[in-house]
Design a protein around this ligand. Sequence first.
Ligand code: IPM
Ligand code: MN
Length: 356
Amino acid sequence: MKKYKIAVIKGDGIGPEIIDEAIKVLDAVSAGSEYEFEYNEYLMGGDAYDITGDPLPDETVVGCKESDAVLFGAIGGEKWDNLPRDKRPESGLLRLREQLELYANFRPVKVYDELIDASSLKKEVIEGVDLLVMRELTGGIYFGKPRQKNEDSAFNTMIYTKDEVVRIAKMAFEAALKRDKKVCSVDKANVLEVSQFWRDVVIEVAKGYPEVTLTHMYVDNAAMQLVRDPKQFDVILTGNIFGDILSDEASMISGSIGLLPSASVGGSVGLYEPIHGSAPDIAGQGIANPIATISSASLMLRFAFGEEKAADKIDRAITKLLDEGYRTKDISSYGAKEVCSTTEIGSIIADYVSKG
Ligand code: IPM
Ligand code: MN
């Protein structure tokens, strides 16, 4: 029997609750299939710091590298906010991205028809939105050196090398080929040298993809266009910090940040995680929405294992759940027949998967 090794990082806050539901659904998918999953748990984030003194213990890096994929919940919380930067939970995640060479972050945004009223935007504006934010994840200002902070001043460095831009641009064009064949590259080339360079390189890479239409947009305009008319976008290609900001903005098109999955790839092992954070304010109450994480597990099946049918099964089960009116609290004002707990939502999706 085929075996897929999954490194599981539950993390902090609601992380453990939502990951448990994703595993429940994965178990339902593998039952009766010709493959099985082996789960190995590793520590990362605040919890890892409390236990080992390091937000990313070596064992976690080794374990992830030896796996076929990493399934990750969320990290962080106020408790760790005053630690030195390299001890903070976020630094664990940033280092893991670097170690695994996860330079490409896919953040797809889809609107579930069943939840169309959950968005703060008008129905006409968002109906049918289907876009992908392709965020560069291991370069730019997040990682640029030198960086420094002292009493009187502080600075960071936004730097991109040609290789870094070429590989993420290729990823975006390849993705566009399987979609609507449009790439909008977002930068701040009217002000920043690094952005002008980004734009020049993207134009160069585009020559290898004549079927794809390339446009460029300044990031301030892109932020505005995303809420004015999100349907104009297919693939948004952008750097690390712009992608961080724009993907949070784009997530609200779908109504709840609790719905959107992400995949970080590039190296030999990919990492799959919901785009939301650890929500410490609601942790342990059983009200977290596990859909983004379950949907991330579906992306993992598709990208890491090539199990398209299994992934389709999960996606259909999520749509059916929403169709039937089962909702967690965050989206309970929109078409809810029954407000469910985190575990109930996981069980219903697992049940549909088993029957589907
Ligand atoms: C994200 C998060 C991270 C980021 C933080 C937690 C370091 O906001 O994945 O979008 O800024 O990349
Ligand atoms: Mn973010």
